[in-house]
Design a protein around this ligand. Structure first.
Ligand SMILES: [Mg+2]
Length: 276
């Protein structure tokens, strides 16, 4: 029993750019993997103003090159319409709202802004409640971002984050079983309990892309279900070391190491092509 308890607190992630990590990347590319990435904090560095977040050109260029050979997916908490212009390349799949907003057919960036978003109406009661508390939310400097299929309550800009977080927690009590509430980096997210999460979304994308395996990289609370449910042969990568108990098998030290990983994958692809 004691060893089981200990095993839960011992950091288990290893550095993906170490020798055994790069060997695991090589193994993955022997199969046909889906390459799936979260956006904020994974491809795009976290910035004080979320509207300024962009995929750096060095990452976009390499992902565009990889996307010529392998299916590439972005699975983000942002709305699809918000994501597209921030990428700098065109992925095969673009899933928004933590997994709830996905267009199964058609080009990835073809979502019309006025298209009805599935699961959006399930948040209507919360919308009314938040509208009623607008004054208190503004005073606590909580920004309400309505993304259709999910609502984000941001408190990054709050003068007193403890007060802001307590106000949010109070508004969401008592817990509504029809809603799923989960935290993130200075944010509380709410979505319909029966909407797909990122784990369901990535599993679905792997099947739709006809892939045998996957790489998934993410940096936050809502990426953990993907790590937790990933088959043993998937490469799961936590960006950053801020959560030593993450269930990802590997880590990278921030978005700055993502281009290094992508460059390694491109080199492996090129070597394989030259051997054919
Ligand atoms: Mg993120």
């Amino acid at each position: 029993m004691q060893s089981q308890a200990l095993s839960r607190v011992v950091p288990r992630m290893r550095h993906l750019l170490a020798r055994d990590g790069l060997a695991a990347v090589d193994d993955l590319l022997q199969r046909r993997p889906l390459l799936a990435f979260d956006f904020d904090g994974t491809l795009a560095p976290i910035v004080a103003q979320p509207d300024k977040a962009r995929v750096p050109p060095g990452i976009a260029r390499r992902l565009a090159a990889l996307a010529e050979r392998l299916p590439v997916a972005i699975v983000s908490g942002r709305a699809r319409a918000d994501l597209g212009p921030r990428l700098g390349f065109t992925p095969h799949f673009l899933v928004g709202n933590h997994g709830a907003e996905d267009i199964a057919d058609g080009p990835a960036l073809a979502a019309a802004p006025d298209e009805p978003t599935p699961h959006a109406h399930q948040l209507d009661a919360l919308r009314r409640q938040l509208a009623g508390a607008a004054g208190r939310l503004a005073a606590a400097q909580v920004a309400v971002e309505d993304k259709g299929a999910s609502i984000a309550l941001h408190y990054r800009m709050a003068r007193d984050r403890t007060v802001a977080a307590a106000l949010i927690a109070g508004l969401l009590e008592p817990a509504d079983p029809a809603l799923r509430v989960f935290g993130g980096k200075m944010v509380v997210n709410v979505m319909a309990a029966d909407a797909p999460d990122k784990a369901a979304s990535v599993r679905d994308l792997v099947a739709r892309a006809g892939c045998d395996s996957a790489l998934f990289a993410g940096d936050d609370v809502n990426d953990e279900p993907v790590f937790a449910s990933a088959p043993a042969d998937w490469l799961t990568v936590r960006i950053g070391r801020d959560e030593p108990q993450s269930l990802a098998r590997w880590f990278l030290d921030g978005t700055a190491e993502v281009p290094v990983l992508l460059e390694h994958m491109l080199a492996l692809q090129a070597r394989r092509k030259s051997l054919k």
